[in-house]
Design a protein around this ligand. Structure first.
Ligand code: BV8
Ligand code: ZN
Length: 250
């Protein structure tokens, strides 16, 4: 492990244009459940994503979906960033592309405009009517029950991207453009199974970027890695990037 860490650190040290692509594993050490892990509390082993994180699921039983997100919000209340979030926050030149709907990167000090939330944010609710545009922040300590939009009367729902829904267009185009102009992409804690997000790794490679993966499990991301550091992000990231001056293009 030590020498692979050294090699990865040298590769990142030589990289003029770097970015980070992360998933649920980045927040695991903060106590946030991942989705597909063998871990007993992995969300998708306990709940059916098509029922709870999809447009169909919401149309069939909106009450149940809102209750599930409020359960996740209550569990997120009081959760703190971990050493991996803090190590990334100490690299203000970096842009963070994340699938995570939590705001632990921002809480660790990453500027909001430097975090690209591909799958939205659980911090806000928005109107389900795509042409309405009403949105409001959510207080995790007092999550609201299912309710109507004050502007158009349709339901309010979490401002996350459900299966079958398109990613936020500008955010996606920025992430794609970034991944076409990299020397190195640092991939942290994702099973790389959800698309189109997972396609960013291949896009970066196809445009000449090296791939460094930090994940205890190999998975689809590890299979695309130039260097795979098979350990927890909170253990590896501080040693891997501390003292480097990592910058994203643009
Ligand atoms: C769309 C928000 C089109 C909600 C989420 C191509 C091929 C096949 C299928 C598709 C395809 N294109 C589209 C699809 C369909 C679908 C999809 O990908 N299905 C999959 C399941 C096959 N994609 C969609 O529906 C997307 N939309 O395509 O729209 C369209 C276009 C125009 C008009 C209309 C429609 C939308 C997908 C977004 C869904 N929303 N989240 C919510 O959170 O409730 S996805 C959600 O699950 C997360 O955001 C994340 O993306 C994903 C979970 O993955 P990970 O984050 O990687 O987490 P996971 O648990 O899987 O892995 C954790 C990893 O961490 C593991 O490897 C583990 O080893 C590691 N780990 C654990 N501990 C640590 C660690 N690593 C480091 N340190 C540790 N300590
Ligand atoms: Zn509305």
């Amino acid at each position: 492990m030590r020498d692979r860490l050294e090699v990865a650190r040298e590769l990142l040290g030589r990289s003029r244009h770097t970015a980070v692509f992360s998933g649920a594993g980045l927040s695991a050490e903060s106590g946030v459940s991942t989705f597909r892990d063998p871990a007993p509390d992995a969300l998708w082993s306990r709940f059916d994503p098509t029922e709870l994180a999809s447009v169909e699921g919401f149309s069939v039983n909106p009450q149940r979906v809102i209750e599930w997100y409020n359960w996740r919000r209550a569990r997120l209340a009081g959760v703190q960033p971990n050493a991996a979030h803090r190590a990334l926050a100490n690299q203000p030149g970096l842009i963070q592309i994340t699938q995570n709907v939590d705001s632990l990167l921002e809480q660790a000090g990453v500027a909001a405009e430097r975090v690209l939330h591909l799958h939205g944010s659980i911090q806000r609710d928005r109107c389900h009517n795509p042409s309405c545009g009403h949105a409001e922040p959510v207080d995790f300590a007092a999550p609201q029950p299912l309710r109507a939009c004050p502007r158009c009367g349709d339901y309010l729902r979490p401002a996350v991207v459900w299966f079958g829904e398109p990613l936020p267009r500008q955010t996606w185009l920025r992430a794609e453009d970034l991944c076409r102009n990299l020397d190195c992409l640092l991939v942290v804690g994702t099973s790389a199974t959800v698309y189109p997000a997972a396609g960013l790794i291949e896009l970066a490679r196809a445009h000449g970027s090296r791939i460094v993966v930090v994940d205890p499990a190999a998975g689809a991301a590890g299979a695309q890695a130039d260097i795979h550091l098979d350990a927890a992000a909170g253990e590896v990231l501080p040693a891997l990037i501390a003292g480097l001056d990592l910058r994203s293009p643009g």
